[in-house]
Design a protein. Structure first.
Length: 253
């Protein structure tokens, strides 16, 4: 089942994607799938980020080959950082390149949205709190990251978190997905979630020992190798076949 978040008459609504239609729900899906009695054509829908996060929790260096391309040691534990919810960008939106960075890069990732309040999860139960999976580009000002050696500013600019196009709830094994990212049709990243250092269940158990995960929270799981620069006018497409394709543009801020 695909769950989308859409704008209707100036207000955000959740809905279920059924063929060419989005059937609207009366409340966020973690409160139930009660229909509100209307639908809109998917082709005409203004898609919003399919999350309502109190926090966006991201994982760094979760693929060995990416750690190697960055010249970093492999982490002994998951390396966590936060993005502001104000960084969210809807499908089809435009990443704005900030004037204080000369090297902004893409990082295509598998992400997930939490559907149940969760604390101190065990790995074997962790996937039960996942509402659905989606695509996320962890846009990064690489020169700022290298200079400051922390992630808050480099990854926290407004528009630096494109996510979507929707949630896919039926992913039997999140460690068997292929991810590809293209820029202007040219392949930049290709990886499989089987290569994660810390799998999704391990990440959720680890994170939930530190902070309570709430319905609507967004967790991103790290990027495979092949990260590269973004320039004004670029079009980025991040695809996970079981989920869909997240597209966004790039412009000068």
């Amino acid at each position: 089942m695909k769950l989308a978040r859409v704008m209707v008459a100036g207000k955000p609504h959740w809905g279920v994607v059924e063929g060419p239609l989005v059937r609207l729900l009366a409340a966020p899906p973690w409160e139930g799938l009660t229909p509100v009695g209307g639908s809109i054509p998917l082709a005409e829908a203004e898609l919003l980020p399919p999350a309502e996060p109190s926090k966006i929790v991201c994982v760094g260096l979760n693929y060995k080959a990416h750690a190697q391309e960055m010249g970093k040691e492999l982490p002994a534990e998951p390396l966590l950082f936060l993005k502001s919810p104000q960084a969210l960008l809807p499908p089809g939106g435009t990443v704005l390149l900030p004037p204080d960075s000369q090297q902004v890069e893409h990082e295509g990732e598998l992400a997930l949205v939490i559907g149940k309040k969760a604390k101190n999860l065990k790995p074997e139960e962790a996937l039960q709190v996942v509402l659905g999976y989606t695509c996320l580009d962890d846009v990064t000002a690489r020169d700022i990251q290298r200079r400051e050696k922390v992630y808050a500013r480099a990854k926290g600019y407004d528009t630096f978190c494109p996510v979507g196009p929707w949630l896919e709830t039926q992913i039997p094994d999140p460690q068997s997905l292929t991810l590809t990212l293209t820029v202007n049709g040219q392949l930049r990243q290709r990886g499989t979630t089987a290569d994660m250092i810390f799998p999704v269940a391990t990440l959720l158990a680890f994170i939930s020992r530190i902070m309570t995960l709430l319905p609507g929270d967004l967790v991103s799981t790290g990027t495979p190798p092949g990260v590269g620069p973004l320039n004004e006018g670029d079009v980025v497409e991040l695809t996970i076949p079981e989920i869909g394709t997240l597209r966004h543009q790039v412009a000068r801020g």
